[in-house]
Unconditional design. Structure first.
Length: 273
């Protein structure tokens, strides 16, 4: 999961950097670039491109595409650190979806850990007067759908190869992104071609490692681990885009990390019983 978060943090930087391009076009290049990796891998493995759990694969692709587009739209509106932080409502939604769909049990004390982390999220950016409500809505809905994606992947389990799951997502996202770019297409020039192509590679690494983690672990471990992306992305925002954070933000980070570590330690102890 850590490798996934590093890749996604780097992808956040690229999306923010490519400010002139629409969210639709960035989603198209992000997905199309990944297809150049996933399709050859599927052919090499000699597995069906259509997979086994077709309904779940299509659902995961549609939900994931919607989440990704909303996230990219939010990045266009809000500071990078703000957008990523609010998107991390996803573990709460993931836990709720897991209770409903997978019937996975979440212990009461683990809800306290979740709330501790989420209080940190609110503390960091909850009092930002420059916060865009539209961007906030995009980020939170994206987070909710991201939580649902994790649950759907868990539902698929090991009945489909991670490459097939990612490939479905990228095929749908490529089509939707291309259609949405018709009226806003900006022809890339020079180094932008390389950057846009690299976006697909980073996206593939992030999705692949996240899919493996989701298949191997339960929701209450995988979902909170996504918080690891926050410090990486906020550091990127501070270094390259001039974003600043005060002492309240530092306290918020402490709450987030405390909740995360407490949940992991508690879960590991339960596994030993």
């Amino acid at each position: 999961m850590i490798f996934s978060m590093l890749a996604f943090a780097a992808m956040n930087f690229v999306v923010k950097y490519l400010d002139d391009y629409s969210a639709w076009q960035i989603a198209f290049f992000r997905a199309a670039g990944t297809l150049f990796i996933t399709i050859p891998l599927i052919i090499r493995k000699r597995i069906s491109i259509w997979g086994n759990e077709k309904k779940l694969l299509i659902t995961r692709a549609i939900v994931g595409t919607t989440s990704l587009l909303l996230y990219f739209l939010a990045i266009k509106i809000m500071p990078l650190g703000t957008c990523v932080t609010f998107r991390y409502m996803s573990p709460i939604f993931a836990a709720l979806f897991a209770l409903w769909i997978l019937r996975e049990k979440i212990m009461h004390v683990q809800w306290l850990f979740f709330l501790t982390s989420m209080f940190g999220v609110v503390l960091i950016k909850g009092f930002d007067p420059s916060l865009s409500m539209l961007g906030l809505t995009f980020a939170i809905v994206s987070g909710a759908l991201s939580g649902l994606v994790v649950v759907i992947i868990r539902k698929i389990g090991d009945r489909d190869d991670p490459i097939v799951i990612v490939n479905y997502f990228m095929m749908v996202c490529t089509i939707v992104g291309l259609i949405g770019s018709f009226n806003t297409w900006l022809q890339p020039v020079g180094i932008d071609w390389i950057i846009l192509g690299f976006l697909g590679f980073l996206g593939f690494l992030g999705q692949y490692f996240m899919t493996i983690a989701a298949q191997m672990e339960t929701i209450d471990i995988v979902a909170p681990m996504k918080y690891i992306e926050i410090p990486f992305t906020i550091l990127i925002g501070m270094t390259f885009f001039g974003e600043t954070y005060g002492w309240i933000s530092v306290i918020g980070f402490i709450f987030i990390i405390t909740g995360l570590i407490a949940n992991v330690i508690y879960k590991s102890k339960l596994a030993k019983i």
